[in-house]
Design a protein around this ligand. Structure first.
Ligand SMILES: [Zn+2]
Length: 324
């Protein structure tokens, strides 16, 4: 039994806090799920985080000596080294030293990861990227993000914020993005983009049908649109496919930059992978120089909602993220 047998992974989300004790094979030995309830304020959320970790440790019965550290997967702008959440709109946090607070309470090393980077580590160690040294994980949900494994290590950047793939501009004169840039990929290819595109097309159709749609379906969400598309509705299928076309343009950029072996697509929007993946592959290959894209595999993620917990723990095992 070595000291580095287990790590704690913590997925710090806007709606839930999920903590898990993870072993070196990626198995979650014990877990605790708590609601975030961000409106209770920073102090209350931090207390819930600490109690989730405490519960996981005590319920598992594992000696603290065997736990190498705590990895946290968080949305927003982070500083991985200092363990600070600099800004997270889903939590309403600014400059919260969550890493330091956890370290003080449990006496363990703590490292903070961007949530997409954590999911990338999970896919690389235990999911769709096993055995590769160059893998990119792309998450497509409300927004678009990525985690990059290059030459056998996570590309984390100065602060741990590398991989903001959703904010690469694919149209210099496109619509303004919440980030300050214009024409960002996530404005064309996220769940939000799919909803906006459907709403606009339904509203401006020759015979506006949005009112009827809302009466029949309740809400115009990416999930409802994807389900209709998968069930064979050509109008919605076209909207979903268009998102795939744009994701393929982004993927071509990733190939030019990182020469990956595999690009793994995950996130809620990829529930429509049957429609999305062929479109992604087509536009990606159409836009890459001969020889560069042919060998790139494009696949869907293997790990589900535990990716944040598993990847944050995996990042602790892998520090400094080198497999050899
Ligand atoms: Zn942007």
């Amino acid at each position: 039994m070595t000291k580095d047998e287990y790590a704690i992974g913590l997925d710090l989300g806007g709606t839930k806090i999920l903590a898990g004790l993870v072993d070196r094979r990626g198995r979650i030995i014990a877990q605790k799920l708590l609601p975030t309830i961000a409106e209770d304020g920073e102090k209350a959320v931090i207390e819930r985080v600490l109690s989730a970790i405490h519960d996981v440790l005590s319920e598992s019965g594992i000696d603290l000596e065997k736990v190498s550290g705590v990895g946290i997967a968080s949305a927003g702008v982070i500083n991985s080294e200092s363990g600070e959440v600099i800004f997270a709109s889903n939590l309403g946090w600014r400059n919260v030293p969550i890493g330091k607070l956890i370290g003080q309470r449990f006496g363990l090393p703590v490292r903070l990861f961007n949530d997409a980077n954590a999911a990338a580590i999970a896919e690389w160690l235990w999911g769709a990227g096993v055995g590769t040294r160059n893998m990119i994980y792309v998450t497509v949900s409300t927004g678009v993000g990525a985690g990059i494994i290059s030459d056998g290590r996570l590309v984390s950047g100065r602060d741990g914020s590398a991989g903001e793939f959703g904010h690469i501009s694919i149209d210099w004169n496109g619509p303004s993005c919440r980030c300050g840039n214009r024409g960002c990929l996530e404005n064309y290819a996220s769940g939000t983009a799919i909803e906006n595109s459907a709403r606009q097309k339904l509203t401006t159709a020759k015979e506006p049908v949005i009112d009827r749609f809302l009466v029949e379906n309740g809400e115009l969400t990416a999930k409802v649109i994807s389900e209709a598309a998968l069930a064979g509705d050509p109008f919605f299928a076209q909207i979903v496919k268009q998102a795939g076309f744009f994701l393929g343009i982004g993927a071509a950029n990733l190939i030019y930059l990182f020469n990956p072996e595999v690009i793994v697509f995950g996130g809620g929007v990829m529930n429509a992978s049957a429609l999305l993946l062929p479109e992604i592959e087509k536009s990606m290959r159409d836009r890459c120089i001969a020889g560069l894209a042919e060998k790139v595999r494009v696949v869907t993620s293997h790990i589900g909602i535990e990716a944040g917990v598993m990847g944050a723990a995996g990042g602790i095992f892998e520090k400094p993220y080198c497999k050899n």
